[in-house]
Design a protein around this ligand. Structure first.
Ligand SMILES: [Zn+2]
Length: 85
């Protein structure tokens, strides 16, 4: 009985730890202009590929004129030509 309670506690801690790590990956992705929810789910199921992917994706922002994802460093939108702030 005691042993079963201990191992379920360990599983719970491992689960919370995994969710925390997935949230970190998702926060990093959001910082780069990606969707938090999609990256959270991605990191939850495939932590290592998500971690590698979030490290190599380029930061993007959304063009206020045409709403497309464009490079964060862009001064002019490559899709609609709108000047970026
Ligand atoms: Zn645009």
């Amino acid at each position: 009985m005691f042993l079963a309670e201990t191992s379920s506690g360990v599983v719970l801690i491992a689960l919370l730890f995994g969710i925390g790590l997935a949230a970190l990956v998702a926060l990093k992705a959001r910082e780069k202009g990606r969707s938090f929810g999609i990256w959270f789910a991605f990191a939850l199921f495939l932590f290592l590929p998500a971690l590698i992917a979030v490290a190599i994706i380029k930061p993007t922002k959304t063009c206020p004129s045409c709403a497309k994802a464009i490079p964060k460093a862009a001064n002019i939108c490559p899709y609609c030509g709108a000047a970026q702030a």
